[in-house]
Design a protein around this ligand. Structure first.
Ligand code: NAD
Length: 469
């Protein structure tokens, strides 16, 4: 018996995940850690990604992920580019490929681009030699599971597939704690005997560490739509508090005081009420646009307009931020040196997808400002996002060096390190008058003002040394 075969027999189940990105990589690492009795393999079409997963330098940064991967890689967690073999060997296949917003043809700019997902469905169908449970882990339009079923059954072989929806609710930056201690796990299936049996098999995986009362089972369409709804509600809270921040700036009210006051109402709750330059990330905007597209498809224009307004407020918030910088800095940014503190779309991740910093950077460059970008984890992604061929951008990891000689600092990401810097030292090294635009409201504004900065928070009165204040 060869080694591979012995390994295969050693495990109770063979689990495969197609797509080794933020969700596939983190989710499978936690499943493998919590279930040493299963063999978990992650495959990806991108060989670089797989090489990175097999190296000391993982392709994504998530607190706690390195430790898990390094402790179980090669034991019951494997990363490979051999998708066909992975499909053949697995009884349960998670699909976690990217589903970005479509950029071409019908639904461009709104609908989900399902090309990667569809290719995966065909790959599974063509390589499978035995019955399988297919688990959609991505965020997909409602009724996608039906399309998956249709693709999988469009052959005359006798293989039976059950399609399960198990959307992932993790948030980047806290993925490992979200996965090890989830608020809930949602698993949806067809309400047929075979569908329910398959659903229970997926429940059995999570039961290894998630309390049963946090594992919800449901019908497949409600499950698919729950994920889009969750992201729409989360983004809506951010746009709601950001809309109030605009009004606060006009009325000398303080959005943080308001968030505190309303957050104590248990019907509202205190989470996700931080005003900011706007939300980013690979999911919120794409999922809301996808929801808007679905509503329009079903003729629900009023509902579509309601959800679309959340993205509009988010765009408005970013534009307001730029306008404020321009207006405050004497209506010209030409040749001004602006240091962006942070580029990741949120703290504790290197992910920059849809980060407000991308939009802000592009607008600042349009105004002919010079940009200096600092971030502890996201500089490589920032270089790719901005693709600066004119040499107008410098990337410097040390925030002290990055802000030296600058006219302004704009806080883009709520990294904790930015709250602990010596701003006296930073102020001394900057060009005067020195400005701080705190796009995350994380700094001690009063202290910064006392040091000498002109301080412009979000949704709070500005602290300016100019006489016209
Ligand atoms: N990132 C998040 O925070 C998050 C959270 C919850 C849900 N989701 C959803 O999960 C899904 C995956 O998101 P992600 O952020 O992990 O994406 P990602 O872009 O980080 O990773 C997707 C991976 O799939 C691979 N891939 C694409 N087509 C493939 C194919 N045919 N065969 C093998 N590999 C293939 C890509 O190379 C890539 O590595 C999306 O639907 C997303 O909306 C994401």
């Amino acid at each position: 018996m060869n080694r591979e075969k012995r390994n295969k027999n050693k495990f109770e189940k063979n689990i495969l995940c197609i797509g080794g990105g933020y969700v596939g990589g983190s989710t499978m690492a936690v499943i493998a850690q919590k279930c040493p009795q299963y063999k978990v393999t992650v495959v990806d079409i991108n060989p670089n990604r797989i090489n990175q997963w097999n190296s000391d330098n993982l392709p994504i940064y998530e607190p706690g992920l390195d430790k898990i991967v390094h402790s179980i890689r090669g034991k019951n967690l494997f990363f490979s580019t051999d998708i066909e073999k992975g499909i053949k060997d697995a009884e349960i296949i998670f699909v976690s490929v990217n589903t970005p917003t479509k950029t071409f043809g019908a639904g461009a700019g709104m609908a989900a681009d399902l090309q990667y997902w569809e290719k995966t469905a065909r790959q599974i169908r063509d390589a499978a030699e035995s019955n399988k449970i297919i688990v959609d882990k991505g965020t997909l339009p409602v009724k996608t599971a039906l399309a998956m079923e249709r693709i999988l059954t469009a052959t005359d072989n006798d293989i039976h597939f059950d399609v399960i929806s198990n959307p992932e609710f993790l948030a980047e930056g806290t993925a490992i704690s979200d996965l090890t201690n989830p608020d809930r796990v949602l698993i949806g299936s067809r309400e047929t005997p075979s569908g329910i049996k398959a659903r229970n098999e997926v429940v059995d995986i999570y039961k290894n560490w998630v309390p049963e009362d946090r594992i919800i089972t449901s019908d497949i369409w409600s499950t698919e739509l729950s994920k889009l709804t969750a992201n729409a509600f989360l983004a809506q809270r951010i746009s709601s508090i950001n809309a109030m921040s605009a009004l606060c700036e006009k009325t000398d009210a303080n959005v943080n005081e308001i968030a505190h006051a309303i957050g104590m109402d248990h019907r509202i709750g205190d989470k996700f009420l931080n005003a900011s330059v706007g939300f980013g990330g690979s999911c919120f905007q794409k999922d809301i646009l996808n929801l808007v597209y679905l509503c329009r498809h079903y003729g629900l224009d009023e509902v579509a307009n309601y959800w679309q307004s959340i993205v509009r407020i988010n765009d408005y918030q970013k534009d307001r931020f730029i306008f404020n910088m321009l207006h405050t800095m004497f209506n010209t940014l030409v040749d001004k040196k602006i240091c962006l503190f942070g580029f990741a779309f949120k703290a504790d991740t290197g992910d920059t997808r849809e980060s407000p910093a991308i939009y802000i950077s592009k607008k600042l460059l349009e105004e002919k400002a010079e940009l200096i970008i600092t971030d502890p984890r996201a500089l490589e992604n920032a270089k790719i996002d901005l693709n600066d061929t004119d040499g107008k951008i410098r990337y410097i990891e040390d925030p002290y060096k990055a802000s030296t000689d600058c006219d302004a600092i704009a806080v883009m990401t709520e990294w904790d390190i930015y709250t602990k810097l010596d701003y006296e030292k930073i102020y001394q090294s900057m060009s005067k008058p020195a400005f701080i635009f705190d796009g995350r409201d994380i700094l001690d504004h009063k202290k910064l003002f006392e040091i000498g900065f002109n301080v412009f928070p979000i949704g709070k009165p500005k602290l300016s040394h100019f006489k016209d204040k």
